[in-house]
Design a protein around this ligand. Structure first.
Ligand code: CP3
Length: 346
């Protein structure tokens, strides 16, 4: 694979705020359940088996590449594999989502978590190598990890949560313990992203999906500083770093301080307004409300055009959703959206 071709791809150029003839497009959760072809694989293997078997992870990563013809692939894995490697007893159950059978609630639980996890995550490096062989330089591959606060929330709650009650109680009543837990996750996350970079990903995205649960001060103290620590420890030459959070409409000025190349914006804010507040050289990614993809095609077309007209002439714009594709969005609506975006010219 020629590194030159990848550096000249629409996605990498836009991520580094260089001019492109049109915005590149990929979608969060593009390798997932809205595709019937995903279910053909999922019906035979468990989700974790799919993540841990390089050939299967590569098969799923390639589905949107082949069926949607998007401009970047994203590694098929999950943000919780780091927490599992640290000692979390992780399972995924249909309809329930992720669960940790041994939630982290006490100092002893925090002390027990490992921070040397390279060997345990070798399967991800192996998957990246298989995927890059299959991509063969066609488009860049994005690696990813969860941000410490979001990963912590799963470890503490023992699964998904609506209000993050136990997590926020730990932040507020036991801040020292929370900081120890977050530091451990941050160390593992930086090592893990560097392992992905060494294995050959062309960009990395940090997902802080639940940051919007935090107040400004708590975001600064318990999320932002750990993302800063991770980003400053990445071997990032030629590798753009994308920082995503739900809550970015509010937290973008803080996110910019961590010096990512791209900020991925949720759908609450006007994307151009956000971009104008950022230092020059930080690109934006986003920010269509994923629910638009449920709507009639005429509505999908209209909303995509509106976003483009707003961003016309801006370097450093990657088209994406404000969050992931929902599993029951019709495949042909997603395909229609991608096709429209690819017709667009600046
Ligand atoms: O974007 C992609 O297509 C790449 C693969 C990917 C998955 N998860 C696959 C997945 C990525 C980037 C993730 C990240 C992830 N995982 C996040 C951050 C992104 C976001 O959307 O906020 C979070 C919070 C998780 C944790 C997680 N994993 C949850 C809450 C669930 C259950 C979701 C649900 O609605 O049931 C998962 C499982 C998961 N991760 C699936 C997939 C394809 C579904 C697994 C299945 O088939 O049952």
């Amino acid at each position: 694979m020629s590194n030159n071709t990848i550096q000249n791809s629409l996605f990498i150029k836009a991520a580094f705020s260089k001019p492109t003839e049109r915005p590149p497009i990929w979608m969060m959760r593009q390798a997932g359940r809205f595709m019937p072809e995903y279910w053909e694989i999922k019906n035979k293997y468990s989700f974790l088996e799919m993540c841990k078997t390089p050939e299967l992870a590569a098969d799923v990563t390639m589905l949107p590449v082949n069926l949607l013809d998007i401009d970047a692939a994203i590694l098929f894995s999950d943000i919780l594999v780091t927490a599992e490697a640290m000692g979390g007893d992780l399972s995924f159950t249909q309809g329930v989502g992720p669960r940790f059978a041994n939630p982290v609630r006490s100092q002893a639980d925090v002390d027990r978590l490992n921070t040397e996890v390279g060997n345990k995550l070798q399967y991800v490096a192996d998957a990246i190598k298989v995927i890059q062989q299959r991509l063969n330089g066609k488009i860049p591959l994005i690696g990813f990890a969860g941000a410490p606060f979001t990963v912590m929330s799963y470890l503490v709650e023992g699964g998904s949560s609506k209000d993050f009650k136990l997590t926020k109680l730990m932040l507020h009543n036991h801040p020292e313990m929370a900081h120890q837990l977050l530091s451990k996750i941050a160390k593992v996350t930086a090592d893990y992203l560097n392992l992905q970079i060494a294995a050959g990903v062309n960009a990395v995205q940090i997902f802080d999906s639940w940051a919007m649960a935090l107040s400004w001060d708590d975001y600064k103290e318990f999320s932002h500083r750990y993302i800063q620590e991770i980003i400053s420890n990445l071997n990032r030459k030629d590798i753009p770093v994308i920082s995503f959070c739900k809550g970015s409409s509010v937290f973008a000025p803080l996110m910019a301080q961590t010096k990512p190349d791209v900020i991925s914006v949720d759908w609450n804010a006007d994307l151009l307004d956000i971009k104008k507040t950022l230092p020059k050289g930080i690109a934006v990614q986003g920010n269509l409300d994923p629910h638009i993809l449920y709507a009639d095609k005429s509505v999908i077309k209209d909303r995509i055009h509106r976003l483009f007209e707003r961003m016309r002439g801006e370097d450093g714009f990657i088209f994406n959703l404000g969050h992931g594709i929902m599993p029951d969005i019709p495949f042909d609506h997603v395909k229609y959206a991608v096709d429209i975006i690819k017709e667009f010219r600046y």
